[in-house]
Design a protein around this ligand. Sequence first.
Ligand code: FEO
Length: 398
Amino acid sequence: MLPVEIKPGIFWIGVNDRITQLFEGLWDISKEGVSYNSYLIRDEKTAVIDLNKVIMTGEYMDKLQSLTGLEKLDYVIINHMEPDHTGVLRTLLKIAPKVQLIGTAKTVGMLQDFYGITENLRAVADGETLTLGKHTLRFFVTPFLHWPETMMTYEESEQMLFSCDAFGSYGVLNGTIFDDAGVPLDWYEEQALRYYVNIIAIFSKPVNNALAKLASLPVRIIAPSHGLIWHNNPGRMIELYKKWASLTTEPADPAVTLLYTSMYGNTEAMMEAVAQGIVDAGVPLTIYNVSQTPISYILPSLYTRQGVMVGAPTYEGGLFPDMKTALEMAEGKHIYNRKTAIFGSHAWLGGGEKEFLSLVEVLKWESLGSLIFKGAPGYEELVQGRAFGLEFARKIKA
Ligand code: FEO
């Protein structure tokens, strides 16, 4: 996409990444892609706010150069040092060696660690300002959104918040950078939730701290460094962040995530019956095969829903490995205090249930029951499975 002038003198100069399969080398974005949003403010002084991952460097530099002489750049504002926002820095410094790099005190140290940069660095304090001419920038230190060095930059005349990872989403920008009518907002919100749970959620307490710090700030535009620019309804994203951050301490939605995996279709057959029972109770249900679905898509459901029904066979005397991995990832993301139950097949001695119970104890998930059977489930066992799902869902509803 060509640069977009958001407000007089303030430009989006980001890049769509339709190539990367795994964000952070971990989270699946093979279908959705992601954008690295970068912004240029052209005034008496010029400043770039956040940069780009070290892909499509040529396209990025061309875009920047179409608006200003690279060697004339005065400032690069580094809201967040993670390389998806700074990867092109070394290349840029070869062209503009005098440009001043601005970030928090922790950013200064990280720039040395990651890129060996030790010159033209300026650490700013919380609330400090930088005047470019007509535009004045104010910096807000917001640690752990997403790394400890992170800050946000606020442009005062347009009341525009450059929030970096916060309020960002997966998903490339398709022809527009704005949250206007006609853009599939539900899809971007879903991608923002997935980004939140994958990347930000374990820092929900710092999110609350940042929201409190910024509460009295008038914000007309939120310009994150991934995904849409929220200028039509910036308040919507702030409200969503309040809700998502609250889910670490407040009850999740009365709905069920059903995670299952199956070796020969026996646990899957029981899954179909258990799912019927859950829906019989009128409780929303989403089903994931953990062996076939990247964990990135599963975690948001676990994060937002109170019930987790688990269907997994015993494997070598323990829980089926893919299910174990999924539960360990939930623990890694601090998805605590859910209600759960397990069903599954075993061939001789069992052992899956025992390992499941020890894993959910760590997660502080309350176990509401087990339905373990040998080999293939018979008709009566499937009827029992439906009742098992119904009973579980009723407790979630209650
Ligand atoms: Fe978009 Fe934490 O990097």
